[in-house]
Design a binder for this molecule. Sequence first.
Ligand code: ADP
Length: 399
Amino acid sequence: MSKQIVVFNAGSSSLKFALYDLGGDGEEALVRGAVESVGGVSRMTVTSAGRPSTETRLEAAFSPQMALTQVFAWMSKEGLGADLVGAGHRVVHGGREFIEPVLVDASVLAKLATYNPMAPSHQPHNLAAIAAMARLYPKLPQIACFDTAFHAAKPRLASIFALPRALTEAGIQRYGFHGLSYDYIASVLPRHLGERADGRVVVAHLGHGASMCAMRGRRSVTTTMGFSALDGLMMGARSGAIDPGVLLYLLQEKGMSAAQLSTLLYEQSGLLGVSGESDDMRTLLASSSAAAENAIGLFVYRITSELGALAATLGGLDALVFTAGIGENSAEIRARVCEGARWLGAEIDSGANARGESVISASGSKVALLALHTNEEAVIATACRKMLGGEVHGAGSHR
Ligand code: ADP
C-alpha cells in the first residue's frame, strides 16, 4: 500500500476531507468526502474516483473529534489510510508570522489560537480539528496551510490602514483570505491563458464567503478582504465592507453589545439579511420576491464596483476569473457581473457561459473571461508532499 496524506478543511458544522497518495502528482484525490450537520442531523458523504457518492446518517452530534473518528473508521473499513504519513489542514489565518505551510506543534497551535478573534467563524474550528487529530494520532505530522499566505507579499499600500502607525505595527493591517483558492487558480491559469496568465488578472472567489484578488505575475497585488474575513464583497451572511460609523452608531446609540454586533455582521447580514429569505444563492435565484432580487442586485453591484477598483490598481484588466460555488455554477451571476464589466472591454459568450465552459469570453473580448473549478485541497496536498518528501508536481505553490 502506498503512503498517503489526508487533507482536512474544518468548519463550524462540517469537516471536509480528501485522501491523496504521497507519491502522486495529481490534483485528484483518491477519495473525498464530508461529515456535516444539517438541521442537527449528522451525515457523512463520500465520493471515490469513478464511483457514485454514498451518504450515511450518523447517530452522534457533530464535533471535530466525532467527525475525525467517523472518517478514520470509514477509511479503515475501506482499507484506506493504513500507511498515513501526514495530515494537512486549511487554516484561515496565519497572521504576519506564518506565510508558508508549517509543521504544527503545541506552540504553533497556541500562536495560531491568538488569531481566533480575527476569524471567529473559521479559525477556532480549523484549530479544533488539528487538536482532535493530535489526540487521535499524536505522532502523525500535521501541516497547516494558510489562507492569508498568498497575500503576504502584496505591496505595503495594499496592506495598511490609515490608522496610527503603532496599530499597524501591532498587526492591525490588511491580510486577505481565500489564498489557497487563489493559489490553485494562479497555478492553473497558464493552461487557459498561456502568457496572459502573468498579466493583469482579477479572480472572483464567490462562495458563501466571497472575495476578489487582483494578481500580476500570478501573485496577489491586492484583495478585497482585509484584517478579517468580513471586509469587501457582500457574502452569504456577512456584510462585507461597511461604513465604520455604522458600527459606532450601533454600539453607542443603539446599545448593541460587541457580541450582538459580531452576530449581526457575521451571521445576519449579506444575502440573508437583505433578502430576509436565505443565504443561499440558489434559493434567491429561484425566488420571485423583490427582496431576493434586491439582494442579488446588491451582490452583483458590489462585485462590479470592487472590480473597477481592482482594475484601477492593476492599470487595466487582461482576465477575469470566476470560481467557488456561485462563480463556478451560476451562469446568471457571471453574466450580470460581465455586463457590469463591459466598460473594461469584457464581452461574454452567452452560449459558452450557459454551457458552463471554462472560457466564457466572446472571441473579440479584450478581457479573457473564465469560470474555473477551485481545488484548495490539492494545494494543501502539494504543500504536504513537499514537506513530507513526496514528489512534487501538483497544484498551487507555484511561487
Ligand atoms: P463555501 O464558502 O462554504 O465553500 P461554496 O464555494 O460551496 O461555499 O459556495 C456556496 C454558494 O454557492 C452558495 O451560496 C450556493 O447557493 C452557491 N451555489 C452552488 N451551486 C449553485 C448554482 N448552481 N447556482 C447558484 N449558486 C450556486
